[in-house]
Design a protein around this ligand. Sequence first.
Ligand code: ACO
Length: 213
Amino acid sequence: MNKPLIMIGSGGHASVLMDLLDLNGERVIAYISPNKNTNNQMFEKVKYLSNDEDISQFNPDDVLLVNGIGSLPKHNNRKNVATFFTKLGFSFTSVISPSAIVSSSASLARGVQVMHGAIIQAGACIGEDSIINTGAIIEHDCDVGANNHIAPRATLCGGVQTLSNVHVGVHACVIQGLNIGDNVIVGAGATVSKNIEDKTIVYGHRALIIKKE
Ligand SMILES: CC(=O)SCCNC(=O)CCNC(=O)[C@H](O)C(C)(C)COP(=O)(O)OP(=O)(O)OC[C@H]1O[C@@H](n2cnc3c(N)ncnc32)[C@H](O)[C@@H]1OP(=O)(O)O
């Protein structure tokens, strides 16, 4: 039997995950967040804990965590949460929507979240703790790094490589075979037609570089 789950977070992303875990028949026994969720009745069924330190009530061998912190450009909360609880010996589980299509030859690392309607094609690899959000398409042989957020309806064409901490914005498109560096933000709706260096923000139809640290 699967281990019981503890949700970290109570906002929009956590709420979507709670619905999805329910569809998957998974058992969430508690959630930890400074704020109680009052919008989604799924949270009413589980124990509420207000401090991260409350995790000490559980043994890392007996439960798995779900990272319910959403990922937005320029915010590190999701990654910080993963680091904090991992240091305490806890592990984050993967969550895969029953309506996602994931090739049997794709590989997903620990903690990956694949939301409704997403498609991950043959030979693609998805790195640790990345989110492949609603309706996103990861084409064949893409190599997506750790802590990426491929936002709703974004598309990575075949053989695209992204390094760590990359955000590909909602409805953006990256043309086949391109390399996207660490800590890159691809803005909503952008079309990326060239390789992008580390720590760069791009947006617009031709994805011109507008900022580089
Ligand atoms: C389930 C979910 O909801 S998941 C959430 C998914 N959301 C996303 O993917 C959003 C991605 N974020 C973006 O596209 C953001 O706009 C960013 C990160 C690119 C903003 O980058 P910044 O450099 O901070 O831009 P800033 O907000 O200061 O805007 C600067 C200018 O660019 C424009 N701009 C910002 N983003 C975009 C964009 N994606 N496309 C075109 N123009 C843009 C702004 O309107 C502004 O124009 P102005 O100077 O004429 O007023």
